[in-house]
Design a binder for this molecule. Structure first.
Ligand code: SF4
Length: 477
């Protein structure tokens, strides 16, 4: 019987089986940032260890940086302390570090693929939940906590429980105005936010095959929101074309050799899967979350569920009613009301889910020639310096500014609000980020509606949740 990509990569990186039943995995690439590393480096020093493979470790700054005034020292003393610690640690342990003045700086999950650091067949670790993003290029990418960051710094290894593999097949064509974000929100809604616990998600099918790497990154990014620690696509020609010419990708004959190897680690046609789920792409419409976890979403033409109906098909009957009631109360929404027409205060296009060029292009297509509603504060935050520069070369910044959006510097911004970009009070935010948990965007009572970047732009202009398909449809159509 054939093997899945997960099994192949896992086997190739196994150092040994541990008495606990876990596997000691070698980590090919370790990406670090300012939030989960200060304590990890301190623990390393306390044990008189050094960084085992500084040449396999790369640092950037993303979560805490202001996207407006980046003058040092930052006004936020804690943010300044985190950046200073990362600067010191990278200098001491000779780790390449892309600081604010580097054209390679950006959100860690945006720059890894963009620089060609992320490659098929790798094991990748990073002290951030959304490390699953990198699986879009055929890597096994694992989000880890601070003590595991210490382990990887000191040994380049990670102790991992075995994972089952669920293949999620999305066949058919997405309709106009329906994007990768809608696909992954649909998947999480169907399978539940805990549905992927213990699994790696392998995404395939004709709709996934047709997607660009940017779109695949969006899907893998949110695997963790469905409970799957790892999500990946098998590498294909789209992957190879994306990687060719990137700074850290192999070049010349080495690239061709790498392609042969990358092809070989894709799942075999007769691989065994622990579960298979099939989804019809044509049936997916733009989705919007109405609740306090990413599984609580509906299609834009649908109504918010009643508490008695439950919100996710995968939740247990007992928990569904309570969970929906709690979410509706927090969000200030009425069960049974249409999702369309919910008034918003803030619109945010950004985050490691949706801050790449294709995301900004789709949002700009909606914004062009239109204007943000007077009561809405709208931000566009590129995921990296490279995205920012490319967008400005294409004139997207101008499109956004003319439409009344703020054009900001690269960073995590309002996704997590560990920086000055935050919701105030009970503001409602149309957001292209990945989490709608209570308090996620900075205000303990702030309300987040997750959707695609094009849907965010449409909401910014309408001042309320609206259907981007109608905004983009030709007049009279
Ligand atoms: S954009 Fe959000 S989810 Fe992504 S790394 Fe930054 S804070 Fe984490």
């Amino acid at each position: 019987m054939g093997k899945t990509l997960l099994q192949k990569v896992w086997d190739l990186h196994t150092v040994r089986r541990l008495p606990t039943g876990q596997t000691q995995l070698f980590v090919g690439l370790h990406l670090i940032h300012e939030v989960t590393t200060p304590q990890a480096f301190d623990m390393l020093r306390a044990r008189r260890l050094t960084v085992a493979f500084p040449d396999r470790t790369f640092g950037t700054i993303d979560h805490i940086i202001p996207t407006l005034d980046q003058a040092r020292p930052f006004r936020d003393a804690l943010a300044e302390a985190m950046l200073s610690a990362l600067e010191r640690n990278c200098a001491e342990f000779k780790i390449p570090f892309w600081n604010l003045d580097s054209d390679r700086q950006g959100i860690v999950h945006v720059i890894g693929p963009e620089l060609g650091l992320t490659q098929p067949g790798m094991t990748i670790a990073c002290g951030d939940s959304h490390t699953s993003t990198h699986g879009a290029l055929g890597a096994v990418a694992i989000g880890i906590g601070t003590s595991q960051v210490r382990d990887v710094l000191g040994s380049q290894c990670l102790a991992m429980d075995p994972l089952k593999v669920r293949r999620i097949v999305v066949n058919g064509r997405l309709g106009a105005g329906v994007f990768a974000k809608d696909v992954v929100l649909e998947i999480i809604h169907r399978l539940g936010v805990q549905g992927g616990v213990g699994y790696a998600y392998e995404y395939g099918g004709t709709a996934i095959d047709r997607m660009s790497v940017d779109e695949r990154l969006t899907i893998c990014n949110m695997s963790i929101e469905g409970g799957a620690r790892v999500g990946y696509m098998n590498p294909d020609q789209t992957t190879f074309d994306y990687l060719r010419g990137r700074p850290f990708a192999p070049a010349g004959a080495a690239f061709d050799r790498a392609v042969s190897w990358w092809r070989s680690i894709a799942s075999d046609p007769d691989a065994h899967y622990d579960d298979v789920v099939e989804i019809d792409a044509a049936a997916i419409e733009p989705r919007v979350t109405w609740g306090i976890n990413p599984g609580q979403s509906v299609g834009v033409s649908e109504r918010i569920p009643l508490a008695a109906d439950g919100g996710s098909a995968a939740a247990t009957p007992a928990s569904r009613t309570d969970a929906v009631a709690e979410a509706l109360e927090f969000m200030g929404l009425r069960g049974g009301a249409p999702i369309r027409g919910i008034r918003i205060d803030v619109a945010f296009v950004g985050s490691c889910t949706n801050s790449r060029m294709s995301d900004l292009r789709e949002a700009a297509r909606v914004a062009k020639g239109r204007h943000v509603a007077p009561h809405v504060r709208a931000l566009v935050v590129p995921g990296s310096q490279a995205v920012l520069a490319a967008a400005e070369r294409e004139g997207l910044d101008q499109v956004f500014r003319e439409a009344g959006f703020e054009w900001r510097g690269a960073g995590c911004s309002m996704c997590l609000a560990m920086n000055p970009d935050r919701l105030e009070g009970q503001e409602v935010c149309a957001s292209s980020s990945n989490r709608n948990f209570k308090g996620r965007q900075g205000s303990p009572t702030g309300r987040t509606l997750l959707m695609s970047p094009a849907m965010v732009a449409a909401a910014a202009i309408a001042g309320e949740v609206t259907d981007v398909r109608e905004v983009l449809a030709p007049a009279g159509a």
